[in-house]
Design a binder for this molecule. Structure first.
Ligand SMILES: Nc1nc2c(ncn2[C@@H]2O[C@H](COP(=O)(O)OP(=O)(O)O)[C@@H](O)[C@H]2O)c(=O)[nH]1
Ligand SMILES: [Mg+2]
Length: 258
């Protein structure tokens, strides 16, 4: 069973990607069984028919009413309470016995990634030979300038830090919104921090410039460069690249079966 958790800032395209990638994989190879799980208790109009839906067990509305909380407190508690339903989710997954499991995570990534719930769920779901990965989405809209790119890079690194034993793919989502030169530039920043520093030098000023240069220097020294996978849900070629990358990760990571 191959699990892929889709994580990213609110609005970065997680739910749309889960929907499209599921259709894409099923259409491309009818031998592969793929299911989609919604782990967002606050989802209103989900972009896909979830095969398994946390909202069958817990919803934001119920939690707000029952504990007399506003939307923010409600979301935090609802996300934390998902832990109570891990056995139910496992039971449902087992009923499907799928090859691939695509998991949509809460709109606000910190609820899943930075509290206990995400890592606990990620290490608990699945049976037998399970491989796990995360796909972190860099929203094209947010990374056009060096400082937006660097803040998203920090976020991606924090998520990787929280799920250290799980391979992470960083993808640039919604590339249909950028022209080709801009896409190339952002992809270059993701592998060549020297280029990122140069762009920072040219385009940022004052404290932001100073901090951005320091951060890109740290990333450079860590050697933690991996090229962003450019994707879009409006064309098939984007999904093709992502699917191929996930397959390669799973193939090369067989020793990590646990
Ligand atoms: N142009 C464009 N818009 C997208 C793409 N993927 C998602 N969107 C739009 O971005 C918005 C947020 O998407 P959603 O999947 O709900 O993001 P989430 O909050 O991360 O789950 C929606 O209006 C989507 O239609 C894409 O590849 N290209
Ligand atoms: Mg969503």
């Amino acid at each position: 069973m191959l699990f892929n958790y889709i994580i990213g800032p609110a609005g970065s395209g997680k739910s749309t990607l889960v929907a499209q990638l599921k259709d894409y994989i099923s259409m491309r190879d009818s031998e592969i069984t793929v299911i989609a799980i919604n782990l967002d208790p606050g989802a209103l109009d989900l972009k896909f028919n979830a095969d398994i839906d946390i909202r069958d067990y817990i919803t934001l509305d119920e939690v707000m009413r029952k504990y007399n909380l506003g939307p923010n407190g409600g979301m935090i508690l609802a996300a934390d309470l998902m832990i109570n339903y891990i056995e139910d989710l496992k039971y449902e997954i087992n009923q499907y016995q799928p090859d691939w499991v695509l998991i949509d995570t809460p709109g606000q990534l910190e609820l899943f990634a930075f509290r206990e719930v995400g890592p606990i769920i990620a290490s608990s779901l699945g049976f037998g030979g399970v491989q796990r990965s995360t796909t972190f989405l860099f929203d094209s809209y947010m990374v056009k300038r060096p400082n937006g790119f660097i803040s998203t890079l920090l976020l991606a690194a924090s998520v990787q830090y929280r799920f250290l034993n799980i391979p992470q793919i960083n993808a640039l989502s919604k590339i249909d919104l950028l022209d080709d030169d801009l896409i190339d530039m952002v992809l270059e920043w993701s592998t060549d921090f020297q280029k990122l520093s140069e762009a920072t030098n040219e385009r940022e000023k004052g404290l932001i410039r100073e901090l951005s240069l320091l951060v890109s220097e740290v990333f450079s020294q860590l050697g933690s460069t991996s090229e962003l996978i450019p994707i879009t849900t409006v064309r098939e070629d984007g999904l093709d690249i992502l699917f191929g990358t996930l397959q390669r990760i799973f193939d090369s990571d067989k020793s990590e079966f646990y």
